[in-house]
Ligand binder design. Sequence first.
Ligand SMILES: C[S@@+](CC[C@H](N)C(=O)[O-])C[C@H]1O[C@@H](n2cnc3c(N)ncnc32)[C@H](O)[C@@H]1O
Length: 305
Amino acid sequence: MDDTPPVCDYEGSDYRTRFWEGQGRSYEDQVERVALRRLMPPAGQTLIEIGAGFGRLADEYRGYRQVVLFDYSRSLLREAQAQLPQLAAPDTQFIFVAGNWYKMPFVAGLFDTMVQVRTLHHAADVPALMQQLARIARPGGRYVLEFANKQNLKAILRYSLRRQDWSPFAPEPVEFTALNFDFHPHWIRQQLQQAGFHPGRVLSVSHFRLGVLKKAVPNGWLVWADSLLQATGGWWQLTPSIFTASAHPEAGESARPGSFFACPECGTPLSHILPGPQNTRLTCSACELQWGVTDGLYDFKEPLK
Ligand SMILES: C[S@@+](CC[C@H](N)C(=O)[O-])C[C@H]1O[C@@H](n2cnc3c(N)ncnc32)[C@H](O)[C@@H]1O
């Protein structure tokens, strides 16, 4: 029996146009970029964004040599690929990989920098996910994680007025609708430590995520004020969004040069040198499963028949 946790499936979703484009979220987008730039090393060899969706943040990664945009949704990754001409940077190779974050198709110790923004709320099994991330993290690197904070001011107010039955102060995650979780900052810190990461800086982000404010105050002012307040995350965390930067576990080895993908089912390294052909199949020498590459999209969601 397959005991992989359930996945929130965005295949075929209109996430980009329904949630972002023209939807009045320029404030959220900009303050998240400010936080990301503060926490992420600006340049390096290998970076992965876990749950990259349609590549909203991909232009932030142009200081890296190899950038993996990883997501469960092939259709969103195709949208990310369509942006490639605008993303193009002479020294950056973008690699589009479909797969499940509970079965990461990469060799151990591969990534200098790992970024995860607006996705942890879909993780039913955070320890299992972080275990995978600890495995593919290169010692000496950094993991920038954004998560939805259950201990935010609005939740505290609603709880005090008895409009909400779950406590924002209780450590365990709350699933407010199916496969959508809010997390307590202390609980996240614990999970990071248990997986071997060393949590460091914390930023509180999106202080002004309120429709009336966003209508009344120019966006630039709100972004400026949020940027000033983000550092208060080191003392208290009351905003809906929290960014953390953790040092990678020191244990483990860095990936050998030239090794990149591994079979998501059995973990055996796959012999494939990047950049490879646009259309091919990768065969696992141990379990013999085959994985497809179609028009530049590496697909590790399901093996080929
Ligand atoms: C709300 S979107 C955020 C996308 C992007 N990070 C952004 O901020 O624009 C959440 C993303 O997580 C991805 N996701 C959810 N569960 C996943 C899993 N098990 N493995 C890989 N990606 C997953 C979804 O496909 C979706 O693209």
